[in-house]
Design a protein. Structure first.
Lengths: 330, 409
């Protein structure tokens, strides 16, 4: 639906779709409490939805309307939700990992310094294979293991960083091995199977919650579409794509449910229909929502808007009634 | 009490007064009001007559910073007796006092940086804090500026109020990613959902033959980042006040300290006070020329002012303190009075704070200027190691005197 809306001109810029990787997001995030935090990258629509951000808010944000989760100021790559503890959506890869480390640090600080004994919030940091060659990744692995922070580093290894194959970019392509080098367990899991991911996630999150420290989980997964909607995706071998398409996590789960008599075809069709309705409703809501007004431009730059300073007339600029109309001088 | 008047009261002194009607072209100085405002400010600043610079003991010739030795116009006996109380303190101790008081006041305030804990900070600003508050509140980080600054930002988003120390401001270039993308922008990109009440501080500026990379002035690099505030402290009084205000502020604040100013001594009030983050400080009122400066250059300017007074000039010296945003009110009032502006800064010529300030003054107060604004900045060179070369890189008092003489012709 996102792609359709993009090609119809409802949204612009860089949009990165998560098709094929759903098992990772669902497997991990559905195990979290509301107070646990999630930090993601630009491929964050599904992380937002899994964490509980309403579909309407996400779609409005993509359309750039005021009713979006970030009031239209973030966009596809910057989904934030304080209510659901989604700490973003970061455009530069690796940028979110220190932020996730910080959130985990707060959890530990709360427990040990502020003496909130029941604070066992866990943070999940999602990032890709390309990020695993970035300095911030290694620096944070070190700090998290050093201070035993309650964090799980989840690598969504989809083998491609835009057009750069993981094997061409990394000296040792087995990412999970980098965990023990820093003193934390490194686990590899089949990221196309949601139940396997969930099992691993359970151990990792329990480990973090009990205060034993971080874990590095490498999920072998694949994205069915290009890196973003602007990517022609010509470089990847069709055989590779077919191989992973056969392992589509959603169809695999469907097969599993039906074979084990956990759900019937009819029930699953009903769920499908319901999801379609939710999506249609979200698109309609986003379409009808208003665009941001001019006055929104200068709001929220500073938490304390006195940061715009004292103007030539002696008053704080933010007190000038013309300030948010954009006519006052800044 | 004069001290309170300086910090908090100054904000009320800035509230609009009838003489500043917007549509009157001729600015009329309301002498009684502004003079009393200045009086209050001077009282606190001037009362520190006992400035003792232990750096002098090294016997170097040209570093005779005597900040307030310049003869001032008004005499306030009342104010000076009132501030005989208070305690003498060095600048780094003032920073520590401010930090400690804020950490006592709010358990969410924490410090992170390299060698801030057990070592006490490489300039002793955090000495003793780790013993008092514990290793988690005063966190010794590994040498990973980008990541621990990011960690500070993540902690700030989730409820803490970290103070991130760069051992030298130059090291924060490694954290530029986090400071620019996350620190400044996340409040806006999240639609106002997350606040980042982080304070990033550290010593910068040209020191004593520290070499090019340890002598960087990062204020010029950071000034474009939307969403952050920048302040520069220059005396123990404003160091403590700005540190406290920065910690209490909900905005991300970068506090620039200067390596050579850490041993300045001053008498500061005992009671709690903060300095307004967006305000400039009137150091010496005058009539002939406005000299805008900040951080270490304040002392070069005051030394030059001494010479200028002997030559019959009357410079008005303002320590702008707030590097982003500029306090255009104080600066504007001064420009409207003197009609000549000299900016003395330690930044490099290209793209420095002086360049932005020149543009801002030209835009807003063009009609009031009798002469083009002169900006004295450091040379556009990497700071050399050799002492003589280093001296010529930064602005020296003699150059300031010459510039004022030329400007006032």
């Amino acid at each position: 639906m996102c792609a359709q809306m993009y090609y119809r001109g409802k949204m612009f810029g860089f949009v990165h779709l998560y098709n094929g990787q759903e098992a990772v997001s669902t497997g991990f995030i559905k195990l979290l409490k509301k107070e646990d935090s999630v930090v993601s990258t630009y491929r964050d629509h599904v992380h937002a939805l899994s964490k509980g951000v309403p579909a309407r808010a996400v779609m409005s944000e993509l359309f750039g309307k005021t009713t979006g989760c970030c009031r239209g100021q973030g966009g596809s790559m910057h989904m934030f939700s304080k209510e659901h503890n989604l700490l973003g959506g970061f455009a530069f890869i690796g940028e979110g990992i220190p932020v996730a480390t910080g959130a985990a640090f707060t959890s530990k600080y709360r427990r040990e310094v502020l003496k909130e004994a029941d604070c066992d919030h866990v943070t999940l940091a999602f990032f890709g294979d390309g990020t695993c060659n970035n300095g911030q990744f290694f620096e944070c692995l070190n700090m998290a293991a050093l201070w035993k922070l309650p964090i799980v580093f989840v690598v969504e290894n989809n083998l491609w960083a835009i057009g750069m194959s993981h094997l061409r970019a990394t000296s040792d392509p087995q990412i999970y091995k980098k965990g023990p080098a820093f003193g934390m367990p490194g686990i590899h899991v089949n990221g196309m199977d949601v139940l396997k991911v969930r099992a691993v996630a359970q151990t990792a999150i329990a480990r973090a919650r009990s205060g034993e420290g971080p874990t590095l989980v490498e999920c072998e997964t694949y994205r069915f579409r290009g890196h973003s909607l602007a990517d022609p995706d010509e470089l990847r071998d069709p055989a590779e794509k077919a191989h992973y398409a056969a392992r589509d996590p959603i169809t695999a789960l469907k097969k599993y449910l039906i074979e084990n008599n956990l759900a019937t075809e009819v029930e699953l069709k009903a769920i499908d229909k319901k999801i379609e309705e939710v999506v249609e409703d979200a698109v309609e809501f986003a379409d009808e929502s208003p665009h941001p007004t001019r006055s929104q431009l200068l709001e929220n730059v500073f938490a304390d808007p006195k940061g715009f300073g004292i103007g030539p007339d002696g008053r704080y600029r933010c007190e000038d009634p013309k300030f948010t109309e954009g006519t006052a001088q800044v | 009490m004069a001290a309170i008047f300086h910090g908090v009261g100054a904000a009320t002194a800035l509230s609009p007064s009838p003489s500043h009607s917007v549509d009157s072209k001729k600015f009329q100085l309301a002498p009684s009001r502004s003079l009393s405002a200045r009086k209050g400010r001077i009282a606190v600043v001037r009362s520190d007559s006992s400035v003792n610079l232990s750096l002098n003991s090294r016997g170097r010739k040209d570093h005779l910073w005597i900040p307030n030795a310049v003869a001032t116009k008004t005499d306030d006996s009342a104010a000076s007796t009132a501030s005989k109380s208070g305690h003498e303190i060095l600048l780094f101790e003032a920073l520590r006092e401010g930090l400690e008081e804020e950490m006592d006041r709010d358990p969410h305030v924490c410090v992170m940086g390299e060698d801030v804990g057990h070592y006490g900070g490489s300039y002793k600003v955090t000495k003793g804090l780790a013993e008092k508050f514990g290793d988690l509140r005063v966190l010794d980080t590994p040498i990973a500026e980008n990541s621990f600054t990011g960690m500070g930002i993540g902690a700030a988003m989730t409820g803490l109020r970290p103070v991130v120390e760069g051992m030298n401001m130059g090291f924060l270039l490694l954290a530029f990613n986090q400071i620019s993308n996350n620190c400044g922008m996340l409040h806006y990109t999240s639609g106002g959902q997350f606040t980042i009440p982080v304070v990033i501080r550290g010593p910068g500026g040209v020191g004593r033959q520290l070499g090019a990379e340890h002598s960087q002035r990062l204020e010029s690099y950071f000034q474009s980042i939307p969403g952050i505030q920048m302040v520069a402290c220059s005396t123990p009084y404003n160091a403590k006040g700005l540190m406290k205000a920065a910690i209490r502020s909900e905005n991300p604040v970068i506090l620039f300290e200067h390596v050579l100013l850490y041993n300045l001594k001053e008498r500061i009030p005992d009671e709690d006070y903060i300095c307004n983050l967006e305000e400039a400080e009137m150091v010496r009122p005058g009539e002939h020329v406005t000299i805008l400066t900040y951080s270490r250059m304040r002392y070069h300017v005051m030394q030059a002012a001494k010479t200028l007074v002997n030559k019959g000039y009357d410079p008005e010296v303002i320590d702008i303190r707030s590097l982003k945003p500029f306090d255009l009110y104080t600066i504007g009032n001064s420009v409207k009075k003197t009609h000549r502006v000299l900016i003395v800064e330690e930044c490099m010529r290209t793209g420095g704070i002086g360049a932005s300030l020149t543009a801002a003054i030209n835009e807003n107060f063009h009609d009031y200027l009798d002469a083009p604004i002169v900006c004295l900045s450091s040379q556009d060179v990497p700071t050399p190691y050799a002492g003589t070369l280093e001296e010529w890189t930064v602005v020296q008092p003699a150059q300031i005197v010459t510039a004022v003489e030329q400007l006032c012709q």
